[in-house]
Design a protein around this ligand. Sequence first.
Ligand code: NI
Length: 172
Amino acid sequence: MPETRLKVNIFGDPVLRKKAKRVKEVTAEHRKILSLMAESMYEHSGIGLAAPQVGISARLIVVDIGEGLYKLINPKIVRRQGSQAIQEGCLSVPGVCIKVRRSKQVWVEAFDENNYALKIEAKDLFACVIQHEIDHLEGRLIVDYASLLEKLRIKRKLGASKTGAKACKLQL
Ligand code: NI
């Protein structure tokens, strides 16, 4: 169990490609991880973070688009509607910004840190961030949405950029 600050894993780390494990029951350890994740997200000026990004293969995400902090366990999209495309950055893919088309509105079921079932209706930016973080739990990254040409451009950029390089306003 991490006691101190969490390090954000960068593209190329295999943990980012693993399907994260379902949490059977939320424990004090999960609560600790979630609070460290939130700390890490704020420290990097992010608006979302998923556990695999800090090297933990568990279905835990934190989101704060400026309207309060959400800590979600085992989040699952049960309904979706509409479509939108937003320029997304990712703390694990520094220096890269990709326009990703996702559902405009999603209905999510999850558990909170006290093991209570939650239902969330999210739209616009909030929906975008939740879908981005759930992608992390599936081992999916924004680069997977890039065109072939964009992928080549990203490859060059990744070699040149360092951790924390921000090409994109939204860091998720
Ligand atoms: Ni991300």
